[in-house]
Write a protein that binds this ligand. Structure first.
Ligand code: FES
Length: 143
């Protein structure tokens, strides 16, 4: 009984395909699913030629931190501008304040000289790396 039943099902199935109208299946045209283009980084890294500030925005004997560019620009003496990485050499926190002649890290209280980036206190052992800047007229830019 079972065999006969299976046979008739097979006959029916074969009969369906016997109409002579078989065509090749359409090739699937799936859209390209490549990875999307890379997104720009959330915070743009410092790029050469980028204007940072006007000289008047940097206090004499102090400095200004540019978080987006991760740069701190100081003016140890009137007309003398310096720039350092704003990334603490201890554990890579961003420095947060410039006061009393030092660039200060909020994480573990390391302090760096505004004149040469050297360690003035705290757990950091290496100075802040100097960054190249150009001062053209009253505009300070990354070199
Ligand atoms: S990360 Fe700056 S003092 Fe530790």
């Amino acid at each position: 009984m079972l065999l006969a039943g299976a046979g008739s099902v097979a006959a029916l199935a074969t009969g369906c395909g016997d109409d002579g109208q078989e065509t090749a299946p359409e090739p699937e045209t799936a859209p390209e699913l490549g990875s999307p283009p890379p997104e720009p980084p959330a915070s743009a890294p410092a790029s050469p030629g980028q204007t940072l500030a006007k000289t008047s925005e940097i206090p004499v004997g102090g400095g200004t931190i540019f978080e987006e560019q991760k740069v701190v620009v100081t003016q140890p003496e009137a007309g003398q501008f310096k720039a350092f990485s704003a990334v603490c050499t201890h554990q890579a926190c961003l420095v947060s304040r410039v006061a009393d002649g030092t660039i200060n890290c909020p994480c573990h209280a390391s302090r760096f000289s505004i004149t040469d980036g050297s360690v003035a206190g705290g757990p950091a052992r290496r100075p802040l790396p100097e960054e190249e800047i150009t001062v053209s007229g009253d505009v300070i830019s990354l070199a």
